[in-house]
Write a protein that binds this ligand. Structure first.
Ligand SMILES: Nc1ncnc2c1ncn2[C@@H]1O[C@H](COP(=O)(O)OP(=O)(O)OP(=O)(O)O)[C@@H](O)[C@H]1O
Ligand SMILES: Cc1ncsc1CCO
Ligand SMILES: [Mg+2]
Length: 262
């Protein structure tokens, strides 16, 4: 695993164009800014081409889109493919809302993305695998998460990150599992969105998206684990800001020391 990519990210300070959702946009901007990227958000169709040309990567969060925003998302993805800029998609709640699943599958069928990052309920829905998702949460199911993630990666020829207690990263063949974790992630609603946008930062500096996604997951998970272990009162409300602080502080040595993957 290329943990050194964390230094590369900070040297390059990539412009990370994010189409976020209104719930977590500020955590995403502050989280990746603290990490060492330069976030920019936009919901305006008329500046889509300029945004894509300027950006090193695009992260598209489908957390709360309107019909108008969907048109902008489609335009942005078209330009991103045209200008060869990597796209990360976060398919929020596609396992729970049929409308979202259909729109997301349409986008993924028409455009090439670098990485899809969702919880296992979202990944299963896109892969067409049986699972009971619950709103924005993963929910429950008995299908094999690794086979499910691989199926989705092969369906859309991209890297898939299926997050959960164990995070699974696959390019459809090889699989890496990351075991770093904390229960506090589940209590802080911006965690998943921040993880997707962190992956967005790393694909902006590393052309091997499988490597980039691995580093992003390990850095993010170790940051959360380090914070949770250091808290005298491990509570949800203060976890978020401290996670942003740790994304600022974390270095390659710390990640190497605590990273737990195979
Ligand atoms: N059960 C769990 N125990 C520990 N860590 C978890 C657990 N589930 C998820 N995580 C961690 O939380 C982070 C976000 O992943 P998660 O699967 O919760 O995304 P999500 O469902 O999209 O979250 P969000 O509701 O914030 O959008 C990941 O870094 C993952 O490792
Ligand atoms: C709670 C919530 N609702 C739509 S998006 C979002 C944030 C998690 O993605
Ligand atoms: Mg989510």
């Amino acid at each position: 695993m290329k943990i050194d990519l964390l230094d590369t990210l900070r040297e390059k300070n990539p412009i990370a164009f994010n189409i976020s959702n209104f719930v977590t946009v500020q955590d995403v901007a502050n989280g990746i800014n603290a990490l060492g990227a330069s976030p920019i958000m936009s919901e305006e169709q008329n500046e889509a081409e300029a945004m894509v040309k300027m950006a090193n990567s695009i992260t598209i969060n489908l957390g709360a889109f309107t019909e108008q925003q969907l048109n902008q998302i489609e335009t942005v993805m078209t330009f991103a493919n045209q200008y060869h800029k990597p796209i990360v998609v976060d398919p929020v709640a596609v396992g729970a809302v049929q409308y979202r699943l259909e729109r997301c599958n349409e986008l993924l069928a028409q455009k090439q993305v670098a990485v899809i990052r969702g919880n296992i309920g979202e990944v299963a829905a896109l892969a067409g695998v049986d699972w009971n998702a619950k709103g924005i949460d993963a929910g429950e199911g008995s299908s094999d998460p690794v086979e499910t993630a691989k199926k989705l990666a092969n369906k859309y020829h991209c890297v898939v990150v299926a997050s959960g207690k164990t995070d699974i990263i696959t390019n459809g063949e090889a699989v890496i599992r990351v075991f770093n974790e904390s229960d506090l992630f589940k209590l802080y609603v911006g965690s998943g969105d921040m993880l997707s946008s962190t992956i967005g930062c790393f694909v902006g500096v590393e052309e091997d998206y499988f490597e980039a996604a691995q580093t992003a997951v390990v850095v993010f998970d170790v940051a959360g684990e380090v914070v949770a272990k250091s808290m005298s009162k491990p509570l949800a409300g203060s976890f978020g800001p401290q996670l942003i602080d740790e994304l600022h502080l974390i270095d390659v040595k710390t990640v190497e020391k605590y990273a737990n993957f195979e």
